[in-house]
Ligand binder design. Structure first.
Ligand SMILES: O=P(O)(O)OC[C@H]1O[C@H](O)[C@H](O)[C@@H](O)[C@@H]1O
Ligand SMILES: [Fe+2]
Length: 186
């Protein structure tokens, strides 16, 4: 750590996921997730009509250095591309031996995780569920409910985001609507 930083607080609205300053919002729209949904025809068709916001991330900014903890809320809005629920891009950490904790504040979703050697796990997220993502596991979240899915995440501030493998090969598991209900597919 290079210099002393000072204690601070933010206020989190559990219903909307909104975080007060100095948090910064990062908005991802449908067009930012090119090539990631299974049904590419449904994706192109939706994008030709609209470019909805799939999720907002409210990042509580700290120095990106070892020793600090970064955190954010993520709000994934309800919706689907074809039969597949709106999800985050998903990433490995650049420093792969770093973990993360997600705690659900509102709504209903899944946390999907996978390793580079082909293992996968899914955890159902509902308010009060706090999930541990160990080192080496890529992670993606999705909203399988009818209201915003809101969760709070904490991770080592120097961990970094590595999207390359996900953009290249996608995620092993998907969550699709089957007979009106979410189903996790391999
Ligand atoms: O970066 P994405 O894979 O699009 O996911 C969006 C966000 O989801 C979580 O909240 C993570 O804690 C964030 O680090 C990440 O940026
Ligand atoms: Fe992460």
């Amino acid at each position: 750590m290079t210099k002393l930083t000072f204690p601070f607080k933010v206020d989190i609205d559990f219903a909307t996921g909104h975080v007060t300053a100095p948090a910064k919002v990062l908005t991802r729209r449908l067009s930012d997730l090119q090539g990631l949904f299974m049904d590419s025809a449904a994706y192109e068709q939706m994008l030709s009509r609209e470019n909805p916001v799939l999720y907002d991330v409210y990042e509580i900014q700290v120095p990106e250095e070892a020793g600090h903890l970064a955190s954010c809320t993520t709000v994934i809005y309800p919706g689907k591309v074809g039969k597949e629920y709106f999800f985050t891009k998903g990433h490995f950490h650049t420093i792969e031996e770093t973990a993360e904790i997600y705690t659900c504040l509102r709504g209903e979703g899944y946390l999907l995780m996978m390793t580079r050697d082909g293992r996968s796990r899914a955890i159902k997220m509902t308010p009060g569920v706090s999930a541990y993502i160990p080192p080496y596991w890529a992670h993606r979240t999705l909203n399988c409910g009818g209201e915003p899915f809101v969760f709070y995440g904490v991770w080592p501030a120097d961990a970094g985001h590595d999207y390359a493998a996900i953009l290249d090969k996608g995620f092993k598991q998907r969550v699709m609507e089957v007979d009106g209900k979410p189903a996790v597919t391999e």
